[in-house]
Design a protein around this ligand. Structure first.
Ligand code: GDP
Ligand code: IMO
Ligand code: MG
Length: 425
């Protein structure tokens, strides 16, 4: 069986935990999009791993890990991540494969991300400042792009870098009055990246198709969330890749047809980091309760996450565009203790009820949520392992979500640890 795990909200749904669980029965785990803007948390026993570029399956010592062509690789972050795992006794030797076509995030991308955000002031997008947008822009623009495979020809790379850095310096000076960057310093870093990472660089498309032909079980790990998708999300408050399920085939060269099941991940409520419309946001005591109880602070940037009620309109949209088969609903434990819970079942836009999510930001800004209110529960549910043992109000809450999104909830999270999981169906 091949599975693809994808976020159905604005990221941070708990994909890391779900991938880690499914990786137990997978041979190969593949990251196919985004870059070090992602922060995927896996908790094994008392050890917490925060993964940015390596697939979350990497903490399973036997899993083969692939970083496919759709990922933008920051070699500095990757190196740190590999070292951190090694310190915890987990080696990637012989089981990491990086696409030669994956683009490289370099210092000038991170600098441009920062300069651009600063220059926008209150209109900034609230990016993670990891150089993601500028790197994907170079990929699409082609003339100033570098890929992991380019590390294999340092002489050519040196010449290319001179041209690129000269171009970037002119641009940054003109637009932001910024100090020039040194092409030589960046080249020196690339030399060390080549020494360290070339042994892992290969044609991952060929590798994945061979693995499929051999009957291996592949797990594809989405980053970000469907509503941050460059084409189908809440543009311009999105990331720079196709982070919905639609991005999976292009991001790794494997057609969606070879995926047996697309598993969507949601929280039992909604969060969002960075700017952009968020109809169900609770900028009040409810939002603060969820943030404190759910520890809703960014894994990558530490920023407090904006919190709100579960939005069935938004999730149904992600389910539809992603042909999602089943859903993992995490953080149900975080809602314990709230007297009543609300689920957004429709939007009111100019006096009309709509249930199809308007990804258009201007229309979304006019949407006011139409809520259904359900009773909450008081009990601590973090030790529950069987659906029938949940308080009846918690079961009803899950079942109402299933009805509204028209998909079964097959995995329920009641805490960050592996064992704090309920399996259904
Ligand atoms: P990802 O980016 O989708 O992998 O999600 P993050 O790792 O950024 O954020 C999810 C956070 O919720 C992490 O701190 C997880 O350890 C934690 N988490 C995951 N599932 C659950 C759950 O069911 N309950 C609670 N309380 N925490 C969870
Ligand atoms: P995971 O994989 C939550 C958000 C940023 C910002 C917007 C653009 O952990 O779910 P970018 O740096 O990509 O140009 O920022 O996208 N964003 C995320 N939000 N989780 C993520 O990843 C995110 N990756 C990007 O906060 O609003
Ligand atoms: Mg995250």
């Amino acid at each position: 069986m091949n599975h693809c795990v994808v976020g159905l909200q604005w990221g941070d749904e708990g994909k890391g935990k779900v991938v880690d669980i499914l990786a137990e029965h997978s041979d190969v785990v593949v990251r196919y999009g985004g870059g070090a803007n992602a922060g995927h948390t896996v908790v094994v026993g008392d050890t917490r791993f925060a993964l940015h570029l390596l697939p979350s399956g990497s903490v399973r010592p036997k899993a083969i890990c692939v970083i496919a062509n759709g990922v933008v690789v920051d070699p500095e972050v990757l190196g740190t991540e590999i070292d951190t795992l090694a310190q915890k006794g987990i080696s990637l030797d012989g089981r990491l494969f990086i696409s030669e076509n994956a683009h490289v995030v370099l210092d000038y991308h991170k600098r441009e991300d920062q300069l651009s955000e600063e220059s926008l002031g209150k209109n900034k997008l609230g990016t993670t400042v990891r150089g993601i947008g500028p790197c994907y822009a170079d990929k699409v623009g082609r003339s100033h792009a570098l890929r992991m495979g380019d590390l294999g020809n340092l002489e050519e790379l040196k010449t290319k870098l001179q041209t690129i850095v000269e171009y970037k310096n002119k641009l940054f000076a003109a637009l932001y009055n910024a100090e020039p960057m040194s092409a030589d310093a960046i080249f020196e870093k690339c030399e060390s990246y080549a020494g360290r990472f070339l042994p892992y660089v290969t044609d991952t498309t060929e590798f994945l198709h061979k693995s499929i032909a051999e009957g291996k079980s592949i797990l594809f790990e989405g980053a970000q969330g469907s509503l941050l998708d460059l084409d189908h999300g809440t543009f311009p408050f999105v990331t720079s890749s196709n982070s919905s399920a639609l991005g999976m085939p292009a991001g790794c060269g494997v057609p969606a047809k070879w995926v047996d099941k697309f598993i969507g991940v949601v929280k039992a409520y909604t969060t969002r980091v960075g700017a952009g419309p968020f109809p169900v946001e609770q900028d009040n005591d409810i939002g603060r309760y969820i943030r404190d109880k759910g520890n809703e602070y960014g894994t990558t940037t530490g920023r407090p996450r904006r919190c709100g009620w579960f939005d069935a309109v938004a999730v149904s949209y992600s389910v539809t565009i992603g042909a999602i088969d089943s859903v993992a609903l995490l953080h149900l434990d975080t809602l314990s203790g709230l007297k009543e819970l609300k689920i957004c079942r429709a939007y009111n836009i100019n006096g009309q009820e709509k249930t199809f999510f308007p990804a258009n930001t201007a229309r979304l800004a006019q949407a006011s949520p139409v809520y259904q209110t359900l009773p909450g529960w008081d009990q601590d549910i973090s030790e529950v392992r069987d659906f029938q043992d949940l308080p009846v109000n918690a079961r009803d809450y899950v079942c109402r979500i299933e009805e509204l999104i028209d998909r079964p909830v097959t995995i329920i999270g009641v805490g960050p640890k592996r064992a704090q999981t309920i399996f259904r169906h």
